[in-house]
Design a protein around this ligand. Structure first.
Ligand SMILES: *Cc1c(COP(=O)(O)O)cnc(C)c1O
Length: 475
């Protein structure tokens, strides 16, 4: 017998490992298979270490104490392998509708409806009066029409899908006229020219980047023109010597030439934001009244609902959109639908909307309240970070985000953390500080600006939860 073979005999048997006390809770929670797999992998690693002569304390391997520690290591591996990947975080970036952090938080009403739809059979596509097959859009079409003045409405997975579907339906083999100033990239690979190509349309650029006139559209209209389109420039703004054509003028031209006119609003809002102290955005109703045949907008930007793409407008065009086979591929599921309906219902009662819709609550949060919150949190941050970082309360600006009203900033307050570090070390210590907050049980995400870590408190819900975590901060 070689010495390796005799050494392998010291390895605990798989069965013995699986009977160890330390692993029983794991087996109960995730099942024998997962634990067995992990135990096998650990035994194999140990065997390889022995074979390579890397394991010198061989006597130790045979001991009870070793077995206990070995099993604990397996338990830790199992825990790590099943720990959640998608977790809640605390968004202190100052960007309210943050695409990378999941955009809108849903109101309680929507969450309750989602739970019902998720756990029970529903009349999703079933007409309770006739007992015949129904239409899933029927659950929100009436609401959307009431809130926007549209004749008809439908909904798909997100606004990118809505734009794709509308283009493919109305202009699959035709030309789409769009202003050069509106050929935007929204982020996350959504570029208007690429979407046009995917939809099968030919893009015809009209005017120049900074100025486009009605006559520019007129000049380009030919037999092949299938659609006039206007796209909200969302995440950028051209300033200075600019000119764009109003929805009204585009709609009149389109109507005179018998061509449909579509406006992609991107964010899209159902209510006038001005009285809430927010910047002006045309509402979906206004754009329809200006004469757009179809309007597309997102469910999870300014609307404050679940991810969805809403299409509203004339009955005829909506019918064509709904008959496109792509609609079936892009349709929303029952869970989104249930949440969206509840969010739309909140809009029927504008007086209470601000209290009930988390997005609007965050966007309209009183700046004095945010300042008070920052001052209340300051002492505990100072204490926890003493010697590591200076902490102060500073006025800052929040962004609405997600391409909604990009240049408009909201007054807010932040806790500003500036690392105390040796010269040449400041960047590294700033990154380490930001990383330490991201490693907390509920990760805290701030924004690095001007050599400091900013925690804009506009979107902070539960301050006790934030403070409670400071003890586990590793700085
Ligand atoms: C955000 C945006 C989109 C894409 O909407 P999603 O809901 O993110 O798919 C399309 N067009 C405009 C103008 C946008 O701002």
């Amino acid at each position: 017998m070689t010495s390796n073979e005799s050494n392998f005999r010291l390895l605990p048997a798989l069965d013995r490992v699986l009977q160890a006390e330390a692993l029983q809770p794991q087996i109960d929670s995730v099942g024998l298979n997962v634990v067995k797999q992990q135990a096998r992998a650990q035994l194999q690693a140990l065997r390889a270490a022995i074979a390579n002569g890397e394991e010198d304390a061989l006597d130790w391997i045979g001991s009870e104490q070793f077995l206990a520690e070995f099993c604990q290591a397996i338990a830790n591996k199992v825990q790590a392998s099943i720990s959640d990947s998608l977790v809640p975080v605390i968004n202190l970036t100052g960007t309210v509708i943050h695409t990378n952090l999941g955009r809108s938080k849903l109101p309680a009403e929507a969450v309750a409806a989602i739970e019902l739809a998720a756990t029970q059979a529903t009349n999703l596509e079933f007409d309770l009066d006739s007992g015949a097959r129904g239409d899933r859009d029927s659950h929100l079409e009436g609401l959307l029409c009431e809130l926007t003045g549209a004749e008809a409405a439908t909904v798909v997975n997100n606004n990118a899908a809505a734009v794709l579907l509308v283009l493919n339906t109305l202009a699959a083999v035709g030309e789409v006229l769009i202003s050069r100033g509106e050929l935007v990239e929204i982020g996350g690979a959504f570029r208007i020219p690429d979407v046009m190509k995917s939809a099968g349309c030919t893009l015809i650029e009209v005017g120049t980047t900074n100025r486009t006139h009605l006559a520019d559209y007129e000049k380009q209209i030919t037999e092949a023109t299938a659609l006039l389109m206007k796209v909200h420039t969302s995440n950028f703004e051209i300033r200075g010597f600019t000119k764009s054509v109003s929805e009204q003028d585009m709609a009149s031209l389109a109507e005179a030439r018998g061509i449909p006119f579509v406006s992609d609003l991107g964010s899209g809002t159902l209510i006038d934001l001005k009285p809430l102290g927010l910047p002006y955005e045309p509402t979906v109703r206004q754009v329809l009244e200006a004469g757009a045949d179809l309007v597309t907008f997102s469910g999870d930007k300014l609307l404050g609902g679940p991810q969805a793409g809403l299409i509203v407008g004339s009955r005829d065009f909506i019918q064509r959109v709904k008959s496109n086979p792509l609609k079936r591929a892009l349709r929303v599921d029952k869970i989104t639908l249930a949440g969206l309906v509840e969010v739309l219902k909140l809009y029927l009662d504008p007086d209470r909307l601000l209290q009930r819709l988390p997005l609007l609550r965050d966007l309209t949060r009183d700046v004095a309240e945010i300042e008070g919150l920052a001052n209340a949190l300051l002492p505990q941050f100072e204490e926890r970070l003493a010697g590591r970082a200076e902490v102060e309360v500073r006025a800052c600006k929040s962004q609405i985000g997600s391409g909604a009203l990009p240049l408009e900033l909201l007054d807010s307050f932040a806790l500003v953390l500036t690392p105390i570090a040796a010269k040449g070390e400041t960047d590294a210590s700033l990154l380490r500080l930001a990383a330490a907050f991201r490693q907390l049980p509920k990760p805290v995400i701030g924004r690095i600006h001007d050599g400091s870590l900013y925690f804009d408190l506009r979107c902070l819900g539960d301050s006790e939860e934030l403070l409670g975590q400071l003890a586990s901060l590793e700085v």
